[in-house]
Design a protein around this ligand. Structure first.
Ligand SMILES: Cc1cc2nc3c(=O)[nH]c(=O)nc-3n(C[C@H](O)[C@H](O)[C@H](O)COP(=O)(O)OP(=O)(O)OC[C@H]3O[C@@H](n4cnc5c(N)ncnc54)[C@H](O)[C@@H]3O)c2cc1C
Length: 76
């Protein structure tokens, strides 16, 4: 028997950097299926810290306070 619920929207995100993972988090919904594809076999560290611009902080604020706490270790 066929389900009456509409099928989930499937979204593919290429790149598991902070941009791709933030987008995946922002799109989480019961009606959406998200696949994140990452080309690198492992993550490495570059740089000295994570700098978040004011516009970036607005995006994380819209996602909820816990998103800021998870992503930003230090605000200045
Ligand atoms: C040397 C260096 C030092 C830096 N230092 C700092 C710092 O100290 N502080 C700071 O805030 N920022 C720093 N940055 C900038 C920061 O790294 C970027 O702003 C940030 O990583 C951008 O995030 P992103 O998700 O847009 O892209 P990325 O982090 O580049 O992520 C993109 C991902 O997509 C993957 N990908 C690419 N093509 C494909 C494909 N076809 N299929 C699947 N996956 C794919 C890549 O492997 C990568 O993991 C530095 C950058 C560099 C190069």
């Amino acid at each position: 028997m066929q389900s009456k619920s509409s099928p989930k929207l499937r979204i593919a995100i290429c790149g598991g950097g902070i941009g791709g993972l933030t987008l995946a988090n922002a799109l989480i919904s019961p009606s959406v299926h998200i696949d994140v594809y990452e080309a690198a076999s492992q993550f490495g560290e570059i740089g000295a810290g994570v700098g978040l611009s004011l516009q970036t902080l607005h995006v994380y604020e819209m996602m909820g306070p816990s998103a800021i706490l998870q992503i930003a270790g230090m605000l200045w």
